[in-house]
Design a binder for this molecule. Structure first.
Ligand code: ADP
Ligand code: MG
Length: 310
């Protein structure tokens, strides 16, 4: 859009200025929105001439909105803002408000910012209960429990998370991501962490502020989701210095935690008891399992491997 002042200036420099000006004025006054805005007000010609610039701005900008194809392509002075005419005493002014598309986009961004994740593929984060296929009977119970959790949990409420276990490809990670999205729609923050990669990365970021921040966030976030527990390289350091304190904190603060694993609890106990170095610590493993069971209800997911079809 040409700046309004420039357009008017341009008109004034032409010899047919008066005709052009009157034509423009007619167009503006024929605009149905302008007409309904002016209706019922005592508007003199002098007033109209004085405010023609504002009315012109309104008509131009609102035309863009009528033809809007996407927020991305919005040509308005303020992207995503739509004009409204208002009276200020006897003066006419244009006020801008966020348009419906911008409101929706802002809300989407706000929700997205409530889902923090580490090493979870971006497209997985788009999962939702609406898109989720529920054809497999072996997963119905897990999906129902996950949906109930995500749609009823309130911050501060004492509620158990889920320990979803089952073989590779049945949709465990997908279900966690759907929960995170549902929670975000309800303005609840979650932290979704892919454990094997997390453990690998922790070693290199040890002692840094980022490490401390991540551990703190994992402790305190309203809903923590640990994906693929049991697939990480087990070390007593990870179990006793990282996982243990996180789970301990969350138990004491009654913060729900969800897990996924290829292992049932018995096999997870075995995994947590054996470090890569060959140490065996049954008691420590059992203590960790106690915490997991305190925090989450175990539920098996069965079904076909959805990755094979792809
Ligand atoms: P797991 O974590 O159990 O190994 P994933 O969650 O990674 O399995 O799911 C495997 C694949 O199947 C992914 O590509 C995912 O997008 C897809 N998928 C999983 N569950 C569903 C579902 N309920 N509806 C549609 N696609 C799904
Ligand atoms: Mg997975």
């Amino acid at each position: 859009m040409k700046p309004i002042r420039e357009t008017i200036h341009h008109l004034m420099n032409r010899h047919d200025f008066k005709e052009r000006y009157e034509a423009m004025k007619r167009d503006i006054l024929n605009d149905p929105h302008v007409q309904s805005f002016l209706r019922g007000h005592d508007v003199t010609d002098a007033m109209l001439n004085r405010h023609l610039g504002k009315l012109y701005e309104f008509v131009q900008q609102s035309k863009h909105c009528e033809r809007c194809s996407s927020l991305e392509q919005c040509p308005n002075l303020l992207k995503g803002y739509t004009p409204h005419l208002i009276w200020q005493g006897k003066n006419i002014d244009v006020q801008y408000e966020r348009c419906a598309r911008k409101v929706q986009e802002d809300e989407r961004k706000k929700q997205q910012s409530l889902i923090r994740s580490l090493f979870i593929p971006r497209d997985m984060l788009q999962a939702s209960f609406d898109k989720l296929e529920t054809d497999d009977l072996g997963r119905i119970e897990a999906i129902e429990l996950a949906n109930t959790f995500a749609s009823t949990y309130e911050v501060g409420k004492r509620i158990k998370g889920l320990y979803l276990y089952g073989s590779f490809g049945v949709g465990k990670t997908y279900l966690l991501a759907a929960m995170a999205n549902e929670l975000a729609q309800r303005h609840i923050a979650s932290f979704l962490v892919y454990v094997p990669e997390f453990v690998r990365s922790l070693k290199s970021s040890l002692q840094t502020d980022a490490f401390q921040d991540t551990i703190e966030y994992a402790k305190q976030v309203p809903v923590l989701m640990l994906d693929d527990l049991g697939a990480e390289l087990m070390s007593s350091w990870w179990r006793d210095e990282v996982l243990g304190p996180i789970l301990q904190y969350r138990m004491l603060e009654h913060l729900p935690t969800c897990f996924t694993s290829n292992f049932d609890l018995k096999r997870l106990t075995h995994h947590l008891a054996h470090s890569q170095r060959g140490e065996e610590e049954q008691v420590k493993a059992a203590r960790m399992i106690e915490r997991i069971v305190y925090l989450a209800t175990p539920i098996e997911m069965k079904g076909k491997n959805r990755r094979i079809e792809m």
